[in-house]
Design a protein around this ligand. Structure first.
Ligand code: NAG
Ligand code: NAG
Ligand code: NAG
Ligand code: NAG
Ligand code: NAG
Ligand code: NAG
Ligand code: NAG
Ligand code: CU
Length: 641
């Protein structure tokens, strides 16, 4: 057998490599795939570790059991697609949640103990006497430190509860990694029908004293459950409920009303999809919040004496950037009006829009006009991409079509590999199956689906040097991308982004605390075709992205790597360490690459300059070349070796 020269072997193996993607991704891009069962219905869901998703339901007669009663919480393993039931003491019905700066998750509020059919237990039987063994969850704060070894459990201890009842509260993590807990009601209902029901107060965890009243929650009756709340980079809050909106300076307890939101009600139970656009160096990390869909109803129309389920949801999308402009602007509308749609920030900068229904709203009951018990009908199976950077008129494009109705009490979260987990749906007072209620249309859904975006099937970059911690300011760090990570073109390093995503706590068509932040970068190309991406730390401002766990992605030309699991900040609750803003080295293109590409860059001009790089591997003369004509921002130093 002839012996091939080693160089020829090398060439052959390179050729083979070029033909076979680094990772064979069996799943087709832009599709949903059924992967497993959640055990309990995913009314609430969040990514807790790089391999575990935590699911919390209301107390109900779920198929899965724990400690001799139906379970209403599970841990879902993304690798094995199996669940582990978890015991929760109290009724976590429509609870809110968030993750603190030290990685502990909170699940807050709920309703009284219930039994079969979701019927409340008598006041005297609120501590485990029901067939479901649930306790009153109205004041509950439940804690979880997620784990990969299946040892962690929810801590649900009445001695650690709040002082007031909150059903449908919103949580938002703050700059110091503590949580704000806002609003809710005492005993539930479709909306906050009476002042005596309303809990118009705010408190913190860890506690910063007695709850205080927020005037906004008095003014926005009766449509202010799960108020829509975002911490802004200015350190103020944007709060939206009913048609009203305000800026809340929570540090000084000052409320500034701004213009009403156009077109329709967006807050639960109208339940628009809502999220913050990517906050990037290009937009100076400005928060722009979008709202899509919802329901046009005046405050006196939130009554179940008329057939809500026949009323079409609204198509309108609006946005606001409250730190820089207090006006509302229209965005491209939905193709079909939708309530309970949900936005997931994708690593590539687009938003994924999924779940919900065209007719009716969130909620359920036994009114004469319901579908089974559902207040909504005509599930929307079509999911979409929304690209904030596309030109007006072309921001929406079709994603995949699911086969599962995702009605009231559905949820979704981004996963560490850039796919999206979708689950839940149960517009019923208790567990309902086709077998138990054959005349119903909408049953309790346990199916877990994964949505694989259209960047699936492309070769995933697999960079080295992915971080585990991100600080506020401080020294930049380096990530290395091989030529194949750069899709065979070193200059794709110029289209490479470093992105941090907080996936948030998903419930009721929103992901509390979800954020997408792009970090500043520069690069140095190397003669072997690889390149180093220099990545700045977070801006020295925790209000842009609060402390705590997050996902860190490298995105090459719109194709995300698998993420690394990072802690942003100190990993503690309290004042975070703030360092000076990172100073990045100037981007440099190696001499070889410059020679290779130079001739194709017709019209280029060179200027002599000295490299300002602290990373320069050059021992020779540094010459800068400006690609101004290419729209290149900044100056590249040509390094001659
Ligand atoms: C209910 O539980 C049984 C036993 O664990 C399991 O085989 C079945 O698939 C479950 N059904 C649903 C709908 O989850
Ligand atoms: C986070 O801080 C809270 C408040 O001090 C504490 O209860 C919790 O145990 C801490 N979590 C971790 C993982 O240290
Ligand atoms: C509605 O009817 C179902 C079936 O009869 C019952 O189990 C449930 O408790 C009722 N729900 C409400 C909110 O009254
Ligand atoms: C949405 O609301 C606006 C303003 O009330 C209204 O003009 C429009 O017709 C509504 N669209 C739908 C589909 O309900
Ligand atoms: C960017 O935002 C910060 C506040 O977060 C502000 O101080 C600064 O002036 C802004 N820069 C530009 C160029 O708008
Ligand atoms: C990404 O993660 C998945 C599993 O989560 C793994 O199978 C795959 O090999 C990883 N791909 C790369 C390029 O790291
Ligand atoms: C580098 O990126 C900038 C900004 O995205 C772009 O305008 C420019 O065309 C790119 N240059 C090259 C050589 O790819
Ligand atoms: Cu609910």
């Amino acid at each position: 057998m002839p012996v091939l020269p080693s160089t020829l072997l090398h060439v052959l193996s390179l050729a083979t490599l070029a033909l076979v993607p680094a990772q064979i991704q069996a799943q087709a891009p832009n599709t949903f795939k059924y992967v497993g069962l959640s055990g309990v219905s995913a009314q609430q869901m969040f990514l807790g570790t790089s391999n575990k998703v935590y699911i919390v339901d209301k107390t109900e007669n779920n198929n899965a059991t724990v400690n001799g009663h139906p379970a209403w919480a599970t841990e879902y393993d993304i690798n094995t697609n199996t669940f582990r039931t978890m015991d929760v003491l109290s009724n976590s019905f429509c609870a809110g949640g968030t993750v603190l700066g030290n990685g502990t998750w909170l699940n807050v509020g709920g309703n009284q103990a219930i039994t079969y059919g979701g019927v409340s237990m008598p006041t005297a039987q609120q501590s485990g006497q029901s067939a479901y063994k649930d306790w009153d969850g109205g004041k509950a704060i439940r804690f979880l430190d997620p784990c990969d070894d299946e040892s962690c459990e929810w801590l649900d201890n009445p001695t650690m509860y709040m002082t007031s009842r909150r059903w449908y509260p919103t949580l938002e993590t703050l700059e110091d990694g503590s949580a704000m807990i806002m609003g809710g009601c005492e005993w539930g209902g479709y909306v906050n029908y009476a002042d005596s029901q309303n809990n118009p107060t705010v408190e913190y965890w860890p506690s910063k004293g007695q709850p205080f009243t927020l005037n906004f929650l008095l003014k926005t009756m009766p449509v202010n459950l799960f108020p829509l709340v975002w911490l802004l980079p200015s350190g103020n809050m944007l709060i939206q409920a009913e048609f009203q909106t305000e800026i809340f300076d929570y540090k000084n307890n000052l409320e500034y009303p701004i213009a009403d939101i156009p077109d329709c009600v967006r807050v639960y139970p109208a339940s628009a999809a809502t999220a913050v656009f990517p906050m990037t160096p290009e937009n100076n990390w400005t928060a722009t919040v979008i709202f899509c869909g919802g329901t046009f109803l005046q405050s006196d129309q939130w009554t179940t004496t008329w057939p809500i389920v026949q009323y079409p949801a609204n198509q309108s999308c609006v946005k606001i950037s409250p730190d820089v402009d207090l006006n509302w602007y229209h965005e491209d509308s939905l193709e079909t009006g939708r309530s309970m749609g949900q936005f997931i920030n994708l690593p590539d900068g687009r938003l994924f829009f999924v779940n919900g229904a065209h007719l009716g709203t969130a909620g359920y009951g036994n009114d004469s006009w319901v579908i089974g018990q559902s207040y909504a009908d005509q599930p929307q199976y079509q999911s979409w991409y929304f690209d904030p950077k596309a030109v007006a008129g072309s921001k929406w494009s079709k994603a995949a079509v699911s086969s599962i109705p995702r009605m009231y009490h559905s949820s979704a979260t981004l996963l560490p590999d850039g796919s999206v987990m979708v689950s839940g749906s149960n517009p019923n007072a208790d567990y309902v199956s086709k077998e138990s209620n054959p005349t119903y249309t909408y049953f309790t859904q346990y199916q877990v689906e994964i949505f694989y975006p259209d960047y699936w099937g492309k070769t995933k970059p697999n960079p080295t040097g992915m971080p585990k911690q991100i600080t506020y300011g401080g020294d930049y760090f380096d990530i290395t991308l091989s030529l194949s990570d750069l899709d065979g073109n070193t200059m794709n390093i110029n289209a490479t982004k470093a992105v941090i995503i907080r996936t948030g706590f998903s419930t009721h068509a929103m992901n509390m605390g979800q954020r997408h932040v792009e970090l500043e970068t520069s690069f140095t190309t190397q003669d072997d075709g690889s390149a180093i991406l220099h990545v700045a730390q977070m801006e020295p401002n925790p209000a842009i992205l609060v402390p705590g766990p997050a996902l860190f992605f490298i995105v090459v030309n719109g194709v995300p790597s698998n993420s690394s699991w990072v802690t942003v900040g100190d990993g503690t609750i309290g004042q975070q360490t703030i360092k000076p803003k990172s100073t990045l080295p100037r981007s440099q293109i190696s001499a070889q690459l410059m020679a290779q590409y130079g001739s194709s860059y017709t019209g280029k001009s060179y200027i002599a300059s000295t490299s300002s790089s602290t990373q320069s591997r050059s021992t020779g003369l540094a010459i800068g070349c400006i690609f101004g004509f290419l729209g290149l921002i900044g100056t590249f130093s040509l390094v001659s070796l």
